[in-house]
Design a protein around this ligand. Structure first.
Ligand code: FE2
Length: 251
């Protein structure tokens, strides 16, 4: 099965459309989405409609999704993120709100696992260190594990003869990783596909990935989109100016 993997859309419709059209051209058969569908960007309702319409979609909720539906306290967020949460709450249809309310925190699929942050603290913890990856291994049943949240394309995997080491790989455009096996099953390995709508690795292009469960490969893809159009839409709203500026810098 060829999966299109994406995360952290953050209400950025221009970037989402470019990513979904790329997936279509590649013949993607199913979708894996790591959450944070809304927050920050100017088109939450449009993005949710687009995502809801995808066939064969596995999707979990992110911390911004939870804050928008009042299941997480936005006072934990920085001021720009918090402002976007309150702004987004007022712009969702009842159907879109119900869709966000229906999202699980964790998915154990027969070919992968999926959470927004980490398996032990699904919507909150950022998976950014080798030590954290090792601590989370026992919480996962099926590898590979896909996560979002950090907005950085990243891979952690156990290595060494007895899995005594952890490799941490920052993944660039076009970079592929072979998914290792342990017996008949995949060995512990985790991928973050980066962010569709607000990349933070200093590359402003939308980030997504292809996961081929038969060939056991994962590949990051970066795509140009019309950043200035999104910035103009943000500036037509009361959303903070910084949310427009940061898109151009990939931060
Ligand atoms: Fe996010």
């Amino acid at each position: 099965m060829l999966y299109g993997v994406f995360s952290d859309v953050h209400s950025n419709m221009e970037a989402l459309e470019i990513v979904l059209s790329f997936f279509q051209k590649q013949g993607v058969e199913a979708f894996i989405c790591g959450g944070d569908l809304v927050g920050y960007g100017p088109q939450p309702e449009q993005c949710l409609r687009k995502i809801r319409a995808l066939k064969n979609l596995s999707v979990v909720c992110g911390n911004h999704d939870l804050a928008v539906i009042e299941r997480m306290d936005p006072n934990w967020f920085n001021s720009c993120a918090r402002a976007a949460v309150f702004w987004t709450r007022e712009r969702l249809t009842p159907q879109s709100r119900r869709f966000l309310e229906s999202l699980p925190g964790k998915i154990e699929h027969k070919e992968f696992s999926l959470v927004h942050g980490t398996p032990r603290k699904p919507p909150e913890e950022y998976l950014l260190s080798a030590a954290q990856f090792r601590e989370n291994v026992s919480y996962v049943q099926t590898w590979p594990l896909f996560v979002g949240h950090s907005h950085i394309p990243l891979c952690f995997k156990l290595s060494g003869e007895k899995g005594e080491k952890v490799d941490m790989l920052f993944l660039e455009d076009g970079e592929g990783v072979k998914i290792p096996c342990a017996g008949f099953r995949a060995a512990p390995i985790d991928f973050n596909p980066g962010s569709v709508g607000q990349p933070r690795d200093h590359d402003p292009r939308a980030s997504c990935a292809l996961f081929d469960s038969k060939k056991r490969t994962f590949r990051i893809v970066r795509l140009d989109y019309d950043i200035s159009s999104v910035q103009a839409k943000i500036r037509e709203t009361e959303l903070p100016e910084y949310l427009a500026l940061r898109l151009a810098f990939g931060q």
